[in-house]
Design a protein around this ligand. Structure first.
Ligand SMILES: Cc1ncc(COP(=O)(O)O)c(C=O)c1O
Length: 420
């Protein structure tokens, strides 16, 4: 396209964006939470227990103190979701992020398996495949841990970079969302999982924080398959390397579900020293309700298929509209997730903050540019996270139209600036 044609294109796009502005749109696309329609699918869970219910589980009393590491049926359920042996599982509280925080507290205050507490060390660093989950990065940042970005590729973190960086004994951990990653929706390949399982970090207290938040969150009948990490580690010689986390936040009620972690037997025994100080026992009545309602993995999958009916059209509107509106625009690409909660968009370098700001002017609030990078700083200013779950289909459709018009205008302006 010649310069005159580019100027005319920009003028046309400016008129298009102005016309959208005049519509008085007000949409919030920043929230990665389920819609009411989705959450309502779990309402029958509330009828599972009443005042006449048996509150015991395999002889364990859910109605009193005790059973600190979780009711047997809840452990079985969460082990099935994570795909690991139930002996390796602790079920605790309503939030997997809380358990992740607890693990950091343990490492910081007590130290992992007799190693020096991280809080006593001059430097502690974590690897952060980016773009990634902002709350992970915020957690390590909260402790004063140095977040080191690692490139995230289509099949997982760049393992050559990871293998090099773990040779530094100050590197104590790595955040990962291995299935339907937040925000890209990618699932780690078997080869990446095996390379993680084979890692030989210099620090004996290095742990991968394996946040399997979207383990059963398939949008299609045929979901992505993630190689089970503890089995992979076993095949590579069986070292203590991974803390795994999951919850029912996006299966039943966010904030009122049940959360779990899995680790090697020795790691769990180590962590339980801290967990036991923190509480007498978790909320086992909610655990019982969830275990009875969700039952087994087959029932969880049937429930998630109903959730997918609500979610899938929303994802498809986003991806179809991005294809229609931005195909062929230089430097623009986006994910085609088969599960999870997000669609990620990548524009040309220097475009993300401008797209967010232009969308805001038109009336569409997006997740801030940079949010998916450590410290909120995307060094290339090009990644954006789109959260399709909460808005209605009509709102989503309108918001993506705005997004595409704004992205096209920002890209065209960048091209003009590049030429001048
Ligand atoms: C990767 C990931 N982990 C954890 C969570 C939150 O989990 P929980 O509600 O169990 O704390 C989210 C929510 O968006 C998430 O995307």
């Amino acid at each position: 396209m010649g310069n005159a044609e580019l100027d005319a294109t920009i003028e046309g796009l400016e008129a298009e964006v102005e016309a959208l502005s005049a519509k008085g749109i007000s949409l919030d696309m920043a929230r990665g939470k389920p819609s009411t329609e989705q959450v309502d699918l779990s309402r029958p869970l509330l009828d599972v227990l009443d005042s006449a219910s048996d509150l015991t589980d395999s002889g364990q009393d859910a109605a009193n103190y005790g059973v600190p590491w979780g009711l047997p049926s809840a452990k079985r359920l969460m082990a099935a979701i994570m795909g690991c042996p139930e002996e390796q599982v602790v079920v605790a509280g309503a939030s997997s992020l809380n358990i992740q925080f607890d693990c950091l507290v343990h490492a910081w205050v007590r130290g992992v398996r007799g190693e020096a507490p991280w809080g006593t060390l001059p430097r502690v660093a974590f690897l952060c495949p980016s773009p990634g989950y902002d709350r992970h990065f915020a957690m390590t940042e909260h402790f004063g841990i140095e977040n080191i970005p690692v490139p995230l590729q289509g099949d997982g973190p760049d393992m050559e970079v990871v293998e090099e960086l773990v040779r530094d004994p100050a590197v104590k951990g790595m955040w990962v969302v291995p299935k339907y990653q937040n925000p890209t929706g990618i699932t780690f390949s078997d080869e990446v999982v095996r390379r993680i399982a084979r890692l030989e970090p210099a620090a004996p207290d290095f742990r991968v924080f394996w946040d399997n938040a979207y383990a059963v969150h398939d949008l299609y009948e045929e979901g992505d398959e993630l190689l089970e990490i503890f089995g992979a580690i076993e095949k590579e010689g069986g070292r203590d390397l991974v803390y795994e986390f999951a919850s029912t936040s996006k299966i039943t009620f966010p904030g009122s579900g049940i959360a779990a972690m899995a680790a090697s037997e020795a790691d769990l025994a180590d962590l339980e020293e801290t967990f036991a100080i923190e509480r007498v026992c978790p909320d086992k009545v909610n655990m019982l309700r969830h275990a009875r309602y969700l039952g087994d993995l087959a029932a969880v999958r049937a429930h998630m298929a109903r959730e997918a009916e609500v979610l899938r059209p929303r994802f498809e509107v986003v991806v179809d509209k991005l294809e229609a509106g931005l195909a062929g625009v230089d430097g623009c690409s986006w994910g085609h997730p088969r599960g999870g909660y997000f669609v990620s968009f990548r524009g040309p370098e220097g475009s993300a903050a401008a797209i967010v700001s232009l969308c805001r002017e038109v009336g569409v609030t997006l997740t801030p540019a940079g949010a998916t990078w450590p410290g909120g700083e995307d060094p290339y200013d090009r990644d954006l996270r789109i959260a399709p779950s909460y808005p209605t289909l009509a709102e989503l459709s309108q918001a993506i139209d705005v997004f595409c018009a704004c992205a096209r205008l920002v890209c065209a302006r960048l091209e003009r600036a590049r030429r001048s």
